[in-house]
Design a protein around this ligand. Structure first.
Ligand code: HEM
Length: 185
């Protein structure tokens, strides 16, 4: 190893086993809460149309908005952030393994879809039902957004399940094959 390479290796901070386990715990917990809350949103989207009166419909939408703003957004952010630190401060790296790259891509797709489609749909449904109450169920825009939340939410939840399976199975090997040591060359 050259002096420069030695210096780089020494300076790159890595977590010890206990620190890494704490980080993985936060990572798995945030992903699990994201998935569980996402499932609740889909269920509420399905049950929405059975609301007995306008107040109940508005209350369901208001709770969906609260869960989206104060549970899904923070936990999705935390799972990405802890995933980022796991890549940085352990030997997994950012782009060394196909399973890690797959997780980056799928998590980014889920967050982008959630931010630019699902979130605005929930906000629109909450505003519409705040004014129109039970009449919202006759509003085509409201019904379109509701379908979007059910099917879009399902797609995100399935993506999260795939991410969990990929995390545990760690398939497809390394993108960068390990260089053979001098003695093996
Ligand atoms: C930015 C996206 C993500 C990246 C870069 C990432 C990266 C990682 C890394 C490097 C590990 C460490 C594996 C180990 O040392 O054992 C890990 C573990 C794990 N991740 Fe992620 N992750 C991301 C998103 C997610 C999401 C969204 C979920 C869940 C919905 C998730 C679920 C898990 C699980 C369950 C483990 C534990 C695997 C094990 O202990 O073998 N990850 N992740």
């Amino acid at each position: 190893m050259t002096k420069a390479a030695e210096a780089t290796a020494k300076s790159s901070f890595k977590l010890d086993v206990k620190q890494k386990n704490w980080l993985v715990s936060a990572h798995v917990a945030s992903g699990a809460i994201w998935l569980g809350t996402g499932l609740c949103l889909v269920i509420m989207g399905v049950k929405n149309i059975d609301a007995p009166n306008g107040d109940a419909l508005y209350a369901i939408n208001e709770i969906c908005k609260f869960l989206d703003d104060f549970v899904i957004i923070p936990t999705a952010t935390l799972s990405s952030l802890t995933g980022f630190f796991l890549c940085w401060f352990t030997n997994w790296g950012f782009f060394k393994n196909y399973w890690v790259i797959t997780k980056w891509v799928l998590t980014t797709v889920a967050i982008v879809f959630g931010t630019f489609w699902i979130g605005p749909w929930i906000n629109a449904m909450t505003s519409i039902s705040a004014i129109e109450r039970l009449q919202a169920l006759q509003n085509p825009l409201y019904m379109f957004d509701n379908q979007g939340i059910i099917w879009g939410g399902l797609a995100i939840n399935i993506t999260l399940l795939v991410i969990i399976a990929v995390s545990l199975l760690k398939p497809w090997g390394r993108r960068l094959a390990a260089k053979p040591k001098k003695s093996e060359a």
